[in-house]
Design a protein around this ligand. Structure first.
Ligand code: ZN
Length: 295
């Protein structure tokens, strides 16, 4: 806290303080110098992992996480349980019970899948979409994203990052970094490379690569329909789903692996942790027991 005040005072002394306008205004030259200072900051892979971990911990604390016996968790573990390490990373997976259709992965190897996505994708399609997110981590897009978000925060605060270590990031800053991770904006190039990663991941591990076309077609269809509200995040941060479906199809055709994919019905029973339908369900059951809690 004290350090922040000292910095604040130092900044006022440096940039000048006008009584008429309490806001510190940077002229272009000062802003340029500040940008240079910020981008000159050494930000190692270890910093990225540490900052990502702190960001994900905060996001975890703000979301309803499916418990270990939750059908969503069981299903996700069944699909991704064997992919907990690889490419120099250790991956951990959790399901957020939330209607949004989304998933993201961060530079520390944390993979978070929204239950809304699991509801509309079958196992192979989930492998594609989550494989894409893992691709961002492996390709270091996630590292670059948290670095950029952190630098942006440092810029907004007008604090040269050299004087601020990752360890001193405030809770509100972590919150902003969290939003940046969820709504992550990667470049088109990074997106196609992550799609390629997902396709190769499917191929290498013997899955049906045609699930890629299917997964992206589902996203494309959803964005046109009434459920588009829940999909906004994934759509806004990713290129056109129709295009992605087309490229996946072409890729499969080139490999001689193309055949129209048949979407499997995802079997997920409602989560007991969040669904508050105890009164309705107990009325239906004519047995003496009021609630049947499956453990
Ligand atoms: Zn992406």
């Amino acid at each position: 806290m004290k350090r922040k005040w000292i910095l604040f005072v130092a900044l006022i002394a440096f940039f000048g303080f006008s009584k008429a306008n309490a806001q510190i205004k940077f002229d272009d030259k000062a802003l340029g110098a500040l940008q240079k200072g910020v981008t000159g900051l050494t930000f190692t892979d270890a910093d990225a992992a540490k900052l990502s971990k702190a960001t994900v911990d905060k996001l975890d604390s703000e979301h309803v996480i499916a418990g270990p016996t939750d059908p969503y968790t069981i299903r996700l573990n069944k699909i991704f349980g064997k992919y907990t390490s690889g490419y120099g990373y250790t991956f951990n997976y959790k399901v957020y019970i939330i209607k949004d259709v989304n998933a993201f992965a961060t530079a520390d190897g944390s993979v978070r899948v929204f239950s809304g996505l699991m509801d509309i994708m079958d196992d192979n399609e989930l492998l594609v979409v989550i494989g894409h997110e893992i691709g961002h981590v492996v390709n270091h897009d996630s590292r670059d994203a948290i670095k950029a978000a952190y630098q942006k925060e440092a810029m907004i605060e007008g604090v040269a990052s050299q004087s601020k270590t990752v360890a001193t990031v405030t809770d509100s800053e972590l919150g902003k970094l969290g939003s940046a991770m969820i709504d992550c904006q990667h470049s088109r190039k990074q997106e196609s490379e992550a799609d390629l990663f997902a396709y190769n991941f499917m191929k290498k591990n013997g899955y049906d690569v045609n699930a890629a076309e299917s997964a992206f077609s589902i996203l494309a269809k959803m964005s046109e329909g009434t459920q588009s509200d829940f999909i906004t995040r994934m759509m806004s941060s990713h290129p056109d789903s129709k295009e992605r479906a087309e490229s996946a199809k072409k890729r499969a055709q080139t490999d001689g692996l193309y055949k129209p994919y048949v979407h499997q019905v995802a079997v997920v029973t409602p989560t007991k942790t969040t669904v508050k339908t105890t009164t309705k369900t107990t009325k239906k059951t004519t047995t003496k027991t009021t609630t049947t809690k499956k453990k």
